[in-house]
Ligand binder design. Structure first.
Ligand code: GLP
Length: 269
């Protein structure tokens, strides 16, 4: 099936922004791009390394990838994956864990080797967290880096769980994979999944901006009116650690934003 084309495209200071008729079309187009990238990376270097995201946004992307696989057009046999984040502390078997989410939406449905499907481990002891984060970045580097990073965007502009922070730009662009405290907006947004704000973990492990921003391709998906402000602050406001999505501008045209009209409503043009 041919991938849907965007109904509008913008170039915002060198960053391509594609606006689709709706989120379903954007997700199909994203799945097609990822499938194509996997095929070409495997052909070129014998493997593909994907950075993956959770949340509601990418669910249809994974559905598209599973369909490609079931149709015999896409194999994950030579793919490694590194997820962005996990709550902390969190058992991988917990129904709310991002590991469970990935098993449900992708890992159990394709031919990806279990030992190549990485999600930050929410059971690592507190005293080992920093070293574990550094290892996660080293594993990615040892694979030759991420061929592609898939990203959603928090309502507060977060990427992964890199939350708004009071940091200078240089530090913000080079953050390692590490433990973090969740922002009040993130906790409020996760309340539905956990049966109330009181049950949302206060901490998480997140891939850092250093690994995210080094990916050779980055696809950012954001849909709906509730993301419009974070999208416009990321793309047209100052580049600042207060809006982690704005840090993606440092990656120039390696990043493509894929939006629906509601998420794009506050962009110029
Ligand atoms: C979550 C995840 C992010 C995700 C974001 C948006 O907290 N940690 O990786 O991109 O929030 O979630 P959603 O796609 O459900 O709007």
């Amino acid at each position: 099936m041919p991938a849907p084309s965007p109904s509008r495209s913008l170039d915002l200071d060198g960053t391509p922004v594609l606006i689709f008729d709706d989120s379903a079309a954007a997700c199909l187009a994203a799945a097609e791009q990822i499938a194509e990238l996997v095929r070409s990376a495997v052909a070129r270097r014998g493997k593909a390394v994907l950075g993956l995201a959770t949340g509601g946004t990418p669910v249809p992307v994974y559905k598209g990838l599973v369909e490609e696989h079931q149709g015999g057009r896409l194999s994950f046999a030579e793919v490694s994956t590194y997820n962005l984040d996990e709550y902390y502390p969190m058992s991988p078997l917990d129904p709310q864990s991002y590991r469970t989410y990935m098993d449900r939406h992708l890992f159990s449905l394709v031919d990806l080797a279990p030992n190549r499907a990485h999600v930050p481990d929410g059971t690592v002891p507190e005293s080992d967290l920093e070293a574990y984060g550094a290892s996660y970045d080293r594993w990615i580097e040892a694979e030759g880096g991420l061929d592609l990073q898939l990203l959603g965007l928090g309502r507060n502009g977060h990427i992964g769980f890199n939350e708004p922070a009071d940091l200078d730009l240089d530090t913000a662009l080079k953050l390692p994979t590490r433990p973090v405290s969740l922002h009040p907006t993130t906790i409020a947004d996760a309340a539905g999944d956990f049966g109330g704000e009181a049950h949302v973990p206060r901490r998480a492990l997140t891939m850092g901006t250093a690994s995210i921003l080094s990916a050779r391709r980055i696809l950012v998906l954001a849909f709906g009116a509730k993301k419009a402000e974070a999208v416009s602050r990321s793309l047209t406001g100052p580049m600042t650690a207060q809006v982690p999505g704005s840090l993606l501008r440092s990656a120039g045209s390696r990043v493509t934003w894929m939006l629906d009209p509601a998420a794009a409503a506050q962009l110029p043009g």
